[in-house]
Design a protein around this ligand. Structure first.
Ligand code: NMX
Ligand code: MLT
Length: 481
């Protein structure tokens, strides 16, 4: 079994014991009072879910097992463990001797989310190898039935529908579903095949995303879908994702990026997929995965459901809405000198039309999203690349103007930018112009947190989630006392 699986197994007894003692000795301690307002208001603020990997502070943002994004950047192993920058050395060479990097690999994040502690460089590298071995065991490609199913879909189908189909067809090989059906598993062991399925699913995401993107490209150019790049067993997960989208030297390089831009695109992908991996348990994609998984659906079906939720415009699709908005602003203001007051007028027009300013606001956060700050820093660290991109400059300017407008508007509880305010436009800069596709990249990242949690849901033996509902008459009666 893999190093990471052994680390999960080693962590289980202590956590199980802690949970059991909470159940046994403190089950009656009240946490929050549910009100008519919370039942009608999307349960906002109600502490009603149990989630281990991340917590979200309204003021400070996301913590991954207690670590902020900056701490993850300082402490989690990054691309140096792959031998990058030192020629084409193979992954793993004297990994433990290397110092931490300001960038980290999503594989390091996966280890942290699964086991509850940061990996050593060698442990992070073992995750890259584990994911790659899974794909090698499939012959370096998607299982044939998955490719066949995806290729049979209409080419103009929503990219997230294509991804969802791919995830669902992967279910055919679910170890959890098979073991459950054979009746061989005790409840205490459910976590182990769940873990195996989670790894298989995550390993396949770059290939699934590549398959979807090749269809999206073919649809745009009126050609037949062709592989856009090559999957390599000696590369990391994000690099392979970028290759299969056609953005590295191991690909068709569909946007003609320079070698430096290709490296930066991979760095952007590692950053993006590392920090979008989890956002506590109440967001739609995480909560849905947990809910569907609580019925003991296998990880493929549970995460396909979560990914479907991610496709909503108030959730993952917001990055697309932001790019659309920036493009239309740029078109309207293109010829003029973009002043703050001109921008503010445009925002007011949007609000008066009853629309939301995409990329602003958050159900929990009450400050600028630290993920937004991390993406912004990525652009600011590359002035030669982004300084002349009017869309990126507009994004930066908008982040200074929109909060004041939203404050004055007085409706939303958080006028600050969320991560979607910056993420899509950076991918757009490198040539990802197929806006509906952004959510597929988000879905590659979001798999990490909810699937790690699903492993723990099973390790804890959590029950099926089944809250009580009330109808309007009952609510009115309860409200009157
Ligand atoms: N522009 C205009 N109005 C807004 C905005 C915004 N960006 N954000 C919230 N409001 C409104 C909201 O529609 C609601 O109006 P009403 O009372 O008429 O129903 C009111 O302000 C109160 O909403 P909040 O309590 O502040 O926000 P809520 O928790 O309900 O929703 C979002 C959170 C994120 C759905 C909301 O802020 C929004 O729609 N933002 C724009 C879309 C977006 O950026 N989504 C990305 C989420 C992040 N992600 O990664 O998934
Ligand atoms: C997320 O990353 O899931 C979003 O910020 C939405 C949320 O946390 O509700």
């Amino acid at each position: 079994s893999s190093q990471m699986k052994r680390a999960v197994a080693a962590a289980i007894p202590e956590k199980r014991a802690a949970l059991q003692s909470l159940r046994r000795d403190h089950a009656a301690v009240p946490l929050d009072t549910l009100t008519v307002g919370s039942v009608l208001g999307g349960m906002r603020g109600a502490r009603a879910l149990f989630w281990g990997g991340t917590t979200l502070s309204p003021e400070q943002g996301i913590r991954f097992h207690g670590l902020s994004i900056e701490q993850c950047q300082a402490q989690l192993p990054g691309p140096e463990i792959l031998g990058e920058g030192a020629g084409e050395s193979s992954p793993g060479e004297s990994a433990d001797a290397l110092s931490p990097s300001p960038q980290f690999l999503p594989e390091s994040m996966l280890w942290l989310l699964m086991t509850g502690r940061p990996p050593s460089p060698a442990e992070a590298l073992s995750v890259t190898r584990l994911l790659n071995e899974r794909i090698e065991s499939q012959g370096g490609a998607l299982p044939p039935e998955v490719s066949r199913a995806m290729r049979a879909l209409p080419r103009d189908l929503h990219p997230m529908t294509q991804l969802s189909v791919g995830l669902s067809v992967l279910q055919r090989n679910s170890q959890f579903a098979r073991a459950y059906e054979q009746g061989k598993l005790g409840k205490a062991d459910y976590w182990a095949p769940t873990y195996e399925d989670a790894i298989t699913l995550i390993a396949n995401l770059p290939l699934l995303a590549g398959e979807v993107y090749s269809t999206v490209q073919a649809q745009a150019t009126g050609t037949t879908p062709q592989p856009l790049g090559q999957w390599r067993a000696d590369r990391d997960w994000s690099y392979n994702l970028c290759s299969l989208l056609g953005y590295t030297a191991d690909s068709a390089n569909i946007r003609g990026l320079t070698a430096e831009q290709q490296r930066d695109f991979v760095a952007l992908m590692r950053l993006y997929t590392g920090i979008h991996a989890d956002h506590e348990g109440g967001n739609v994609s995480a909560h849905t995965t947990h809910l569907v998984g609580s019925a003991l659906a296998d990880p493929f079906l549970a995460y396909a459901a979560g990914a479907n939720g991610l496709a909503g415009p108030l959730h993952g699709l917001a990055a697309q809405e932001v790019v659309r908005f920036l493009e239309s602003l740029q078109r309207q203001l293109g010829g003029e000198k973009v002043t703050d007051s001109l921008l503010s007028d445009q925002l007011w027009a949007l609000l008066r039309a009853g629309q939301v300013i995409p990329g602003y606001g958050h159900a929990v956060l009450r400050r600028a999203d630290p993920r937004f700050t991390a993406m912004l820093r990525f652009a600011q660290a590359r002035p030669a690349e982004f300084g002349a991109d009017p869309h990126v400059q507009l994004m930066v300017r908008l982040s200074r103007v929109a909060p004041a407008v939203l404050r004055e508007h007085g409706r939303c509880n958080n006028p600050h930018p969320n991560v979607d305010a910056a993420s899509g436009i950076l991918f757009h800069h490198y040539g990802v112009r197929e806006l509906l596709f952004f959510t597929v990249i988000f879905a590659c990242s979001r798999a990490l947190g909810p699937l790690a949690q699903l492993v723990w849901d099973r390790a804890y033996g959590l029950p099926i989630e089944r809250p009580k509902s009330v109808d309007l008459g009952q609510l009115m009666k309860l409200a009157r006392g």
